[in-house]
Design a protein around this ligand. Structure first.
Ligand SMILES: Nc1c(C(=O)O)ncn1[C@@H]1O[C@H](COP(=O)(O)O)[C@@H](O)[C@H]1O
Length: 170
C-alpha cells in the first residue's frame, strides 16, 4: 500500500457520514489517504501526537472535520505547519453548523485553517487535490478533466431544459 499523503480526521464517528465524501473524492483522484477519529477535548494527547507526527509520517495536507465546539482543525494547525483544511459539520441541527463554522473560520494571524462550507467535505478533498497538483502533473491533468465533467453536466442540463420548453436568452 502507498504511504498516505492526505490525513482525514474528525471528532466523532457521527461525522463519518459527512467526511466519507472526502475519502470518495481522494479515491477518485487516486490519492493515498488515511482516515481516523481525533477528538480535541476527549483525546487531546492523541490530537497533539497526530498533528506533531503528521509531516514526518509523509502526510502533505490535513482535512479536519468537526461539529459543535469544532476546535479540531484550529488546534491541529497549531501543532503542524502542514496546510489544514477545516470542514464545519452540522451536528447540532438547531443552529445548522453555524457553531462549527464560527469555531474554525476566524483563526489568529499566522495559524490559518482553510475552512470550506458547512458539510462540504467533498470540496475539502478537491482543495487538497489542488494543493497536491501544484507539483504533480498527473493530478493537474485529472483536475482539468474533472472540471470539464462539471461543465458538461451543466450544458446537458441546459439542453434538457430547452427540450422541455425552457426558453433562455443565450
Ligand atoms: N467538538 C467535538 C469534540 C471536541 O471538541 O473534542 N469531539 C467531538 N466533537 C464533535 O461533536 C459532534 C458530536 O459528536 P458525538 O456524536 O460523538 O457526541 C461531532 O460533530 C464531533 O465532531
Amino acid at each position: 500500500m502507498e504511504t498516505p499523503i492526505v490525513g482525514i480526521i474528525m471528532g466523532s464517528k457521527s461525522d463519518l457520514k459527512i467526511m466519507g465524501a472526502a475519502s470518495d473524492v481522494l479515491r477518485q483522484f487516486g490519492i493515498p489517504f488515511e482516515i481516523t477519529l481525533v477528538s480535541p477535548h476527549r483525546t487531546p494527547h492523541r490530537m497533539v501526537e497526530y498533528a506533531e507526527s503528521a509531516r514526518k509520517r509523509g502526510l502533505r495536507v490535513l482535512i479536519a472535520g468537526g461539529g459543535g465546539a469544532a476546535h479540531l482543525p484550529g488546534m491541529v494547525a497549531a501543532f503542524t505547519t502542514l496546510p489544514v483544511i477545516g470542514v464545519p459539520i452540522n451536528s447540532t441541527m438547531s443552529i445548522q453548523g453555524l457553531d462549527s463554522i464560527l469555531s474554525m473560520i476566524q483563526m489568529p494571524a499566522g495559524v490559518p485553517v482553510a475552512t470550506v462550507g458547512v458539510d462540504a467535505a467533498a470540496n475539502a478533498a478537491v482543495l487538497a487535490t489542488q494543493m497536491l497538483a501544484l507539483n504533480n502533473a498527473r493530478l493537474a491533468d485529472a483536475l482539468e478533466k474533472y472540471r470539464a465533467t462539471l461543465k458538461d453536466r451543466v450544458m446537458r442540463t441546459i439542453e434538457e431544459l430547452r427540450k422541455g420548453g425552457f426558453q433562455d436568452d443565450v
